[in-house]
Design a protein around this ligand. Structure first.
Ligand code: ADP
Ligand code: ZN
Ligand code: ZN
Length: 805
């Protein structure tokens, strides 16, 4: 028997299958998708079995083939579907297959681990084998291999008498955390009465009452703190000996041991019912159909996901739901857990390697039928998918920008074809590409034009900041916004202020000569970081001390400009001295769990104003928010990217949706220097289709998606001349492979023309249907792979680019 194996060497020159003989002793257990150890030249390397056949290809002499040395898995880690997918992916995105196989598998498989057999049914294990299991009922795979027990164990595995388990070395270290409980011997009634008699001790009373109620559950210290119980209340009770702190071991599944209140389905509205029926039909017919579910926030899209998933599960199939990382909040997960309980596997970057692997394994072994996860969960190893959902389908985070570059939507579409099941794309602001496909009938459009509770969308005011300036207001808060904030503060209502990430970088500027300190390695200004008092480059990591004297003209009038979130917070505090401000940006949320905590604090009313960047645009749903202010709507509009209007429209719509989601009416104030821009006016009118048609016109004129497909080539090297030569060469090759209906633009310096001392040039191809183009891509990728090895000259091929910088 022969196995076709891809070896784990990340090089183009060996990125195809090699044939190996499967020795007799391994034949009984080898399967496609397993990892094996094989000799490769002088080395021994890991490889993946892609295919198994009786005979080698006719061109190969059997005597020349080497043998597989060892099998590393008890069960295959990769499904045959994922192996097929990797072949397609490799062609479509011009990517090394080994790199794809690697991102498909959880990273835990690269860490230290042991595979063991565990006993499921003691009575059926023959006694000579039983003796070899340890006191925990485990028998290590390596041991079994040594003792020649693998064959008997595999048989037991296939009938379920034993199971396999992967134990990561980090598993053993369970995390300890501090918890709090009432001291059982104390007379609780007396304590409560005592605390109730003093008004000043009200907080301690509430805390004690809470702990008493929860005395049979574990209450973590961190939990208490996030619930607005202060440290001083907790310590006060500890000092009196009424409550105590202790260590507790937390299980890896954050939701384990929690009983979920089963949540019932909502009675669907007429619009929801229509969408639901459509999707259900496709589920039943078991065919591929892509739906675009266009519904404003709060229109009940998630309810439709939940109810259609239920139908899929009832059919004995599985469902996969993708959400942007930032939307994968505990509230979201809870909603799924309440409907589907332990059937749900959650995959996101907050999990440890071990936790991630546990969730992944549940899917692989059929113990979980629903996955909720970010981009990379699109590779979840389900075997019988009945539906795939991508929520917030317009989000750019579905594109992986690092190698191997891919878009989760393309992968999802491939998988829905493979499984012949519906793919549902949901959004309040669909991407132009998706909406255009829906218009052409390639996708089926499902619309939910109203919020479920018929709550009106908030009123949106647009403030012209140019006028504000000409009227003498130089501050960053317009008069309109200032008075609206004051009014909310007076009413004890909450405010969200949004600062566009792209606009908040602050830098140093010489007031006399205009000099701005630049990165010595990159073609970009250095950003000033107040907390560390350093100038930093965001691209190469260079950092330096700011000087008090301009290096150009020696003037001392060099100082910080721009509006960092920190700076805005200071200004805000000056104007509204009584306001409690919670700031959310990369600095305040870098610690794990900080994002969550700040939001909880705000939800619990611990702040009046939430000031933040992009990260507050989503998932924020608090009844007391009645005002949303956008400080700088324009910064994104001015980016050199054909999607800048679309991104602006999406973001502003998203942010506006944070106001007035409940009983209290909401107001939105958008400050801008471009009040006539259609992206801003259409947000105000909440008119997606108006925006869509205008934007489509520009796309048509500019020959951009969705009218044309794009491929972006970036060529980089330290030597400018080499970059230009290579660019010319690539340009020529491309011209030879395309028709006169396609366009090759450039070569031209990239928007960021130098990063880390490398010059960067770009070439952009615009095309509709070019069958020969693929051959050129493959050729160029191979050719420049060699150039990279020889000379570090790099070529990045970005298929359907999402970022033009
Ligand atoms: P979206 O995903 O479009 O933002 P959701 O599905 O989260 O909308 O629905 C918004 C709110 O309305 C949720 O609290 C949800 O429980 C509720 N909801 C959804 N559908 C219904 C319905 N048919 N009847 C009553 N409430 C509903
Ligand atoms: Zn100067
Ligand atoms: Zn730099």
């Amino acid at each position: 028997m022969i196995a076709k194996v891809i070896v784990d060497i990340p090089s183009k020159s060996v990125d195809f299958t090699f044939d190996y003989i499967i020795p007799q002793r391994l034949q009984f257990m080898i399967a496609v998708g397993m990892r094996v150890i094989v000799p490769f030249g002088p080395r021994t390397v890991q490889g993946y079995v892609m295919q198994i056949s009786e005979e080698p290809d006719s061109s190969i002499e059997l005597s020349k083939l080497k043998e597989i040395k060892e099998i590393q898995d008890i069960k295959p880690e990769l499904t045959t579907e994922l192996i097929d997918l990797s072949a397609w992916f490799s062609k479509y995105f011009v990517t090394k297959r080994i790199s794809i196989l690697e991102i498909m598998l959880p990273s835990a498989l690269k860490a230290k681990y042991t595979k063991v057999f565990t006993i499921q049914d003691t009575e059926q294990v023959p006694s000579h084998l039983l003796a070899k299991f340890d006191s925990q009922g485990q028998y290590a795979y390596k041991e079994a291999q040594k003792n020649n027990d693998l064959e008997s164990l595999s048989q037991l595995l296939s009938i379920g008498v034993v199971a396999e388990q992967t134990i990561l070395s980090q598993n053993t270290k369970k995390k300890k955390q501090r918890a709090v409980k009432v001291v059982p011997e104390v007379d609780h009634e007396a304590v409560l009465n005592d605390l109730a008699s003093t008004k000043k001790l009200q907080k301690q009373h509430d805390l004690y009452a809470y702990l008493l109620e929860e005395q049979h559950h574990t209450v973590l210290l961190t939990e208490l703190e996030s619930m607005a119980f202060s440290k001083s209340s907790i310590d006060g009770l500890v000092n009196k000996g009424w409550i105590e702190k202790y260590d507790t071991v937390i299980s890896r599944d954050p939701f384990e041991a929690r009983v979920f209140e089963k949540e019932d389905n909502q009675q669907l509205t007429a619009d929801q019912q229509q969408a639901y029926n459509s999707i259900l039909e496709t589920i039943k017919a078991e065919k591929q159909q892509t739906y675009l579910l266009h519904g404003v926030t709060g229109s009940g899209k998630t309810e439709i996901y939940l109810q259609t998933i239920e139908e899929v599960l009832n059919k004995g199939q599985q469902a996969m739901m993708l959400v942007p990382e930032i939307a994968l909040t505990p509230q979201m997960v809870l909603r799924f857990k309440r409907r589907f309980g332990d059937d749900v596997a959650v995959l996101h970057s907050g999990l440890s390697k071990g936790e991630r692997y546990d969730e992944w394994q549940k899917i692989r072994d059929g113990q979980a039928s629903v996955s909720v996860g970010a981009r990379s969960s699109v590779f979840a190893p389900f075997k019988n998918l009945g539906m795939i959902i991508i929520d917030e389908e317009h989000e750019s985070s579905y594109k992986q920008e690092d190698y191997p570059r891919y878009h989760a939507k393309d992968i999802a579409e491939w998988r829905s074809q493979y499984h012949q099941c519906p793919l549902v794309l949901g959004s309040a602001t669909p991407s132009l590409e998706s909406y255009a496909r829906a218009e052409k009938g390639v996708y089926q459009l499902l619309s939910l034009p109203n919020r479920v509770n018929n709550q009106a969308l908030p009123e949106i005011d647009i403030v012209d900041m140019r006028k504000e300036l000409s009227e003498g207001n130089r501050s960053m808060f317009s008069e309109n916004l200032r008075s609206a904030i004051q009014q909310r503060l007076d009413n004890k209502e909450q405010i969200v202020l949004f600062l566009n990430r792209r606009g908040y970088a602050s830098f140093m500027l010489c007031r006399d000569c205009g000099h701005v300190p630049q990165c010595p390695n990159c073609d970009i200004s250095l950003t000033y970081h107040k907390s560390s008092d350093l100038l930093k480059c965001h691209y190469c990591g260079h950092q330096e001390q700011p000087t008090n004297q301009c290096p150009n003209c020696e003037s001392e009038h060099i100082r910080q400009v721009g509006t960092g979130t920190q700076r805005v917070e200071e200004l805000l505090q000056q104007v509204f001295s009584e306001a409690q401000i919670i700031r959310m940006d990369v600095d305040t949320t870098s610690r794990k769990g900080a994002h969550e905590k700040l939001l909880n604090d705000f939800g619990a009313g611990k702040g009046d104003i939430l000031l933040g960047t992009q990260m507050i645009a989503k998932g924020l749903d608090f009844p007391n928010i009645t005002l949303v202010g956008v400080l700088n709507a324009d910064t994104m509009l001015n980016l050199p990217d054909f999607r800048s209007s679309e991104r602006t429209y999406q973001l502003l719509t998203q942010v506006s949706g944070r106001a007035g989601r409940h009983e209290k009416e909401g107001q939105v104030i958008i400050q801008t220097y471009n009040p006539e821009h259609y992206a801003i006016k259409d947000v105000q009118a909440n008119d997606f289709t108006a925006f869509y048609y205008k934007e489509m016109n520009y796309r048509k004129l500019g020959k951009y998606p969705p009218y044309f497909f794009l491929i972006n080539f970036t060529i980089a090297h330290q030597n400018m001349k080499k970059v230009m030569e290579a660019s010319k060469h690539i340009h020529q090759i491309l011209l030879q492979h395309i028709s006169d209906k396609a366009f090759v633009l450039g070569p031209s310096p990239a928007a960021l023309s130098r990063i880390n001392n490398e010059y960067r040039f770009q070439i952009l191809v615009k095309y509709k249907n070019e069958p020969a183009l693929h051959e050129a891509l493959q050729y160029l990728d191979d050719y420049y792979h060699e150039q990279y090895i020889k000379d570090k000259l790099s070529l990045k091929i970005d298929i359907n680019p999402q970022m033009m910088m």
